[in-house]
Each structure stands twice: as C-alpha cells, then as structure tokens.
Design a protein. Structure first.
Length: 589
C-alpha cells in the first residue's frame, strides 16, 4: 500500500477495475487489476493504444505462451502510462486547479503532506518555492496490484489435444506474466491456497529480497480468518517467500463470490489478528529467514512486518475510523461504492443506470457462478435478462468461448463449464429421463457465463463492442451498494471515506458489523430450509456450530459496544438495538 492513502480499491469482477490504475494511481491511490482474462487485457491494450496514439502489436491467441505475454504487456503498458502521468503531474503549476492540487487535496486532513500543502497555499516567495519542491518530491503513484483467483486454474492443451506442462495452466501463466512485468506492485491471491501456484512463486527473483532486503514484487493474501492466514503464510515462509499483507475480507458482506465461513464474524476475526499480530510476524519471519539462509539469499530486515487490512461492507467514515483504530489496521478496502465513480472504475452507462434504479431486494446472493460458490448478483442486470431469455427460447446456457471456468467432467473427458449450453442441454436430457429432479435442473439453469458477463463492461465503457456482440453485463456488487444512490466524482467519494463531506446514506443502513451478522443469519436460515443432507447428524452438527459461532460473535459485539467512546453515542444506540433484534432472530432459527 502506498504511503498516501489508508484505503485501496479491491479487484471487482474481471473488467470493473481492469483499467483503474490509469484513473487513480496518479493520485497515490492503490487499486487491483484482475489478470485472469488475458483476452480482455489484450482488448484493453488495443483500445487504449488507439486512444493514446501509441503502437500496438497484437499477441495472437495461438502464439507461444500467449497468456503470460498478454498479461505482461498489459501490465507494462499500465506501468509506463502511470509513470508518464506522474512525470506530467509533477511539472504542473500549483494553484491553477490542476491535478497536482487534486493529488494533495484528496489526502486526509491528518496527513502530514496535506498540512504542508495548506502551508504552501499561504506562503509566498522563497518559502513557497521550498514547500512546492518538498511536495513535488513526495509525489508517488498508487500501487498497481493484480489479482489471481486461485481456484481459476484450468489445465490447457496443445493443438493435438495433449495437456501442456503445469506452468501453462491459467493461474500459473497469469502469475508468470506478472512476475516478468515491470510492475512493482503486489499479487493478491484470493479463494484459498493453491500449492502449485504458491510454489511457482519461488521461480521468480522479484519475490525474494534484493541486496538491500527490499521486495520488488509483494505477495498479498486475501483471507477469511487468522487460522487461514497462518497456514498459508507458513507454507510460503518455508519457501523463503514473505507475505507483505493479509487482506481480511468479510465472508458475506462483500462483492463477487461469497465464501461463507462457519458463522465466524468480522469483529472477532479482526480481534484475533490484533491479539496475535506479533506472534504471526515472528513465526513467519523465523521460517522465512531460515529458508533464505538455506537458499543463500539476502535476509529480510528484522523490523519487517505484514500489513493487516480489512474490506467488506464499509460505508461511512465513522466505520472506517472505528476499524482502523479499534483493530490497529494498516488500511481498509472500499470496493462496491466505487462502481458509482466513473473516474475510478469502468461501468458501462446501461449497467450504471440499472444500479441507480435498483431496489435493495435486487442485490442478492445467487447460484450464478459455475464454480458452485454463492455469487453476489443484481436481479435487473442485462446478464440476468439474457440468461432468462435463453431459457425462454429453449436455448439455455452460454456459448463457451473463453473456458476459464471449465471444471466439470460429468459428461466429457475434457472439463466443460456448467454455465455452457453444452452442459445445460445434457442436464435437460437427464431431467427428461427422470434422472434428476426439477429443483436440481433449476439450480443448473441459474448458472451464468461470468467470463463474458464480467469482462463486457470494460469494453463497453471504452466505447467498443465485445467480440461476437456479447454485450450482456453481469455485475457483482456487495449488499452495501444498495444504500448508496447517485454517481460521484473521485473527490466526492474520497472525501466521504475520510469524513470531509460525508454522503447521506439510506437511513435504514445497518452498521457494517451488523449487516454481516444479518447476512449470516439469513444464510443459515436458507441452509436449513433448502438443505437435503445425506448425513443428517453431520448437518445438525454443522448448524449447531454455526449458531454457536454467531452467538459468540453477538456476545463479542455486545461487550465491544460498551468500550467504544461516547462520541459515537447515536451509532452505539442504533447498534445495540440491531444486535438485540438479531439475537432474537437467531434464537428463532
């Protein structure tokens, strides 16, 4: 994370943040680009090359190592462009309402450089010149980080149908593209541990300390709890690989895929990280230093520590500050609200209109993902309209061109996608033969093509039409977005985050902790209502464990509210009332 801001913009879908560094990095704001869809990255490099008037040499899909090369070249393009933006910004004159002024006015009022900027505005002569020089030297870009979803790692094949070596799988090839690029950011791994992918990190020197003990590229793990962080961190540390940041993400109160834990809530999870922060650092550093010595590589500085950040459902400056101060966090992630900021993300006009018109009930947890993981969705999206229209025409499913989520081998030797037309028509035949139930078929028909739907908005927002005219957009906002109305400038959103000029959100919006608790209670009720367990006793134990964890989380929140300062009296009163209501609701489950 850069030294400028205490928040970052997490990855959103395949396309919503694919070009965010071009929009926000020059203001010192970190953002995350998905590098899972190399076809989209190639399209974006082509589109932007045309707009900026720079040479574009395409990398054909059948070219050797095309996936890694496409990732590398797009990231190099981002790095070169942002470097040029920073160079131009530094040359601008202060006081003329240019981007160099925006850079500093976006900072929180407590930031030292914001104070220097304010002094510079009042200064004259030599003093002003000295302060301007100080500010120019302090300008640094936000980090260009990348995301790899570890579960999206299909094996690829050559022209003869033979499986290619492991390093040509989707995730490993994407990692190779990042590792070989000129970007100095971090790679964010999400969705759990992939041993082959993690081990492959050791093939690239940029993930190890240089002669001064610095890391050119960093490793960032998105985790759901402390135990997961420790297990994954140790796996990497034993290979001499240091985790620079653990990004704790709410299991339910987030966008994209929802990885529901067994009822473990954000508050207690954050408390465990705070309590064990030094233990985590010491255990990982000891293992890492030992491995580096064995490899005869430069050791890390003994003072190094992993950053701890949180993301998922944060909506107000008060919540942001409470999280930072209560849990001694290094930063927070703000995702879905930035979908309403055209200066920061790529959302096509039609989808933006649909978001603005959506009701709270239109944001829901769906079965759309071919990975079989609950997926946050918008009922009124053009992607949902297309999915239903195909079913009505008795042509369910999607033509499968990209095949990133092809994991099913029920009918074929080579994996196919459960959202594909091929798979869904085969399941309809099974239903006609009486081999599966109507409910089982409905669950399959809920699957949607995320490869096309999540990449289309970036191309549409760029003023072009996706290949094969596949214009339907799937969007995956978190439930928190239902409480934001209107579009915002980058400055308006950043000012809201820092409490300079907060938005008036919907009055019924629950506190970030309580919204997550609410979602977990709803999830548990749905599990009980819809489950058809093979092992009833095992399911009963799961439900009891889930309820117990939720009850312990509620007790934690009840105790926590008594420790918070009186300046949040209104917030605390509302929080206590909501906790009480959800306690009663949990008891009725």
């Amino acid at each position: 994370m850069s030294k400028m801001h205490s928040f970052h913009i997490p990855v959103m879908g395949l396309g919503f943040t694919v070009d965010s560094p071009l929009k926000v990095a020059r203001f010192g704001i970190d953002s995350v680009v998905s590098i899972m869809d190399d076809q989209l990255l190639e399209e974006m490099r082509r589109i932007y090359s045309g707009k900026l008037g720079i040479p574009y040499v395409p990398i054909e899909e059948k070219a050797a190592d095309a996936r890694a090369r496409r990732v590398r070249e797009y990231l190099n393009f981002l790095q070169a462009t942002v470097t040029g933006q920073i160079r131009e910004l530094k040359q601008q004159a202060f006081g003329e309402d240019k981007e160099i002024d925006t850079y500093f006015t976006l900072l929180p009022e407590t930031h030292p450089l914001y104070q220097v900027y304010r002094r510079m505005q009042q200064a004259t002569g030599a003093e002003r010149g000295a302060l301007e020089d100080e500010l120019r030297k302090a300008i640094v870009p936000g980090s260009i980080d990348v995301n790899i979803m570890t579960k999206v790692d299909k094996i690829n094949y050559d022209k003869e149908g033979h499986a290619l070596p492991r390093e040509y799988s989707d995730a490993l090839a994407a990692l190779r593209g990042f590792a070989q690029s000129e970007v100095k950011g971090g790679v964010v791994f999400s969705a759990g541990m992939n041993p082959a992918l993690y081990s492959y990190l050791g093939e690239f020197s940029d993930f190890f300390p240089d002669r001064k003990g610095r890391l050119k590229k960093s490793i960032i793990l998105k985790v759901s709890d402390y135990r997961s962080a420790l297990i994954q961190g140790k796996f990497l540390a034993k290979k001499g690989l240091w985790v620079s940041e653990f990004r704790i993400e709410s299991g339910m109160n987030c966008g994209g895929h929802a990885f529901a834990t067994d009822g473990f809530l954000a508050g207690p999870i954050l408390a465990s990280f705070k309590e064990n922060k030094e233990t985590l650092r010491q255990e990982l550093l000891t293992l890492c230093q030992q491995s580096l010595e064995e490899k005869k590589l430069q050791r890390l500085p003994e003072s190094i520590r992993p950053k701890i950040t949180y993301q998922g459902g944060i909506g107000t400056a008060e919540e942001n500050q409470l999280l930072l101060h209560t849990y001694d966090l290094d930063g927070t992630g703000w995702g879905s609200p930035f979908l309403l900021v055209p200066e920061a993300t790529s959302v096509d006009p039609d989808t933006l209109d649909r978001l603005l018109a959506a009701k709270k009930s239109d944001f829901y947890l769906s079965r759309a993902s071919p990975l079989g993981i609950p997926f946050n969705n918008l009922r009124t999206s053009s992607g949902e309209e297309q999915r239903k229209a195909r079913i009505d025409r008795e042509r369910p499913g999607s033509p499968c061109y990209k095949k990133f989520l092809s994991t099913n081998t029920e009918f074929t030797e080579k994996p196919i996608c459960t959202a594909s037309r091929q798979y869904q028509l085969l399941k309809i035949k099974q239903k006609a033969a009486g081999e599966i139930s109507e409910a089982a078929l409905e669950e399959i028909l809920d699957k949607d093509c995320l490869c096309e739907g999540l990449s289309a908005p970036a191309i549409l927002a760029g003023g072009e039409t996706p290949r094969r005219n596949l214009k339907a957009v799937t969007i995956c906002p978190g439930p928190n977005l239902a409480y934001f109305k209107g579009t915002f400038s980058l400055k308006e959103m950043v000012d809201h985050i820092y409490g300079k000029m907060p938005f008036h959100l919907n009055a019924d919006r629950p506190h970030v902790f309580l919204k997550e608790l609410q979602l977990y209670v709803e999830h548990l009720k749905n599990e009980i209502e819809t489950a058809v367990p093979e092992n009833a006793r095992k399911f009963e134990n799961y439900v009891e464990k889930f309820r117990k964890n939720l009850a312990e989380g509620i007790s934690y929140y009840q105790e926590l509210t008594s420790l918070w300062s009186a300046e949040n009296e209104t917030l605390l009163a509302k929080l206590k009332e909501q906790v009480s209501g959800l306690t009663w609701e949990l008891e009725q489950v």
